[in-house]
Design a protein around this ligand. Structure first.
Ligand SMILES: [Cu+2]
Length: 273
């Protein structure tokens, strides 16, 4: 029995961030702190002011529209009001940059305003084919500065790697998206545990050892494709906190810019949470 309990304890992910509760007070007709930066799953709790009636009303206009993501009075009967900014809430009430502005209706004219910013970790691009990182493309086939593309391929642009889904190791819903590669050709998605920027084939190799071949995807008529298999499983990503580098290697036959027949996308770095 003791042995079983030990195994169960090991099965629990050890470093999952616990959801926090952030308290905002309303005394002196101020939301304090006025700006709160939180993580997905955290809760914000507003507390009442025994000397004043306030509201916590999402939006910026000063009057109710019915489209508020949240709205509550705060008074002697409603002494706290809480909102949990989880994935379902964010999906139901999308806001630009995941920033939720709000105000108090009676004290709107006194600038009793606040903001909740939900900071969502994202995959970050690196190793573009514009030469900015100090490594040029193999045959002068750099792409436009700041375009985030890999080295130029036979279509006249460079391929871009991006991602869909979350960086949550436990959720494991991340997919890698390749675009602007050569249409109707196969691509292999690669993972590295270290980063590189080395001229290789028609492009730059961005992922270093130990590397994993993740999945082969046949690209569509636009030169795009997306992984469907588990990144965590195929990449043997050990746990939250692991940093991994991703890139796609695709065929660009016969007319490739440098003549090697294949090229690489830009890279993407993921810090798993
Ligand atoms: Cu108020």
């Amino acid at each position: 029995m003791r042995h079983l309990l030990t195994l169960l304890a090991l099965a629990v992910p050890p470093t999952l961030a616990a959801a926090d509760t952030h308290v905002v007070t309303t005394t002196n007709a101020n939301f304090t702190p006025g700006i709160v930066v939180i993580e997905v799953g955290d809760t914000v709790q507003w507390t009442y002011d025994p000397f004043n009636l306030h509201t916590v009303t999402e939006g910026t206009g000063g009057v109710l529209t019915g489209n508020e993501a949240f709205h509550s009075d705060l008074n002697g009967s409603i002494q706290t009001f809480s909102v949990t900014f989880d994935e379902a809430f964010l999906a139901a009430h999308p806001r630009t940059d995941n920033r939720y502005e709000y105000y108090c209706i009676p004290h709107y004219h006194m600038a009793m305003w606040g903001q909740i910013i939900v900071d969502i970790p994202e995959a970050e691009p690196f190793c573009a084919g514009d030469g900015f990182d100090g490594t040029l493309c193999p045959c002068g086939n750099e792409t436009a500065f700041g375009a985030g593309e890999g080295c130029r391929n036979s279509t006249g642009v460079g391929a871009i790697l991006s991602a869909n889904g979350s960086l949550e190791h436990a959720t494991d819903d991340l997919s890698l998206v390749l675009s602007q590669a050569r249409p109707l050709q196969p691509a292999v998605f690669l993972q590295g545990a270290s980063q590189l920027s080395l001229p290789f084939k028609d492009g730059k190799l961005c992922v270093g050892s130990p590397t994993e071949r993740m999945e082969i995807v046949f690209l569509d008529a636009a030169g795009a494709g997306e992984t469907v298999e588990s990144i965590v499983t195929n990449g043997n990503v050990p746990a939250p906190g692991a940093i991994r580098y991703y890139q796609a290697w695709y065929r660009d036959p016969q007319v490739s810019v440098c003549g090697t027949g294949s090229n690489f996308s830009s890279g993407l770095v993921v810090e798993w949470v």
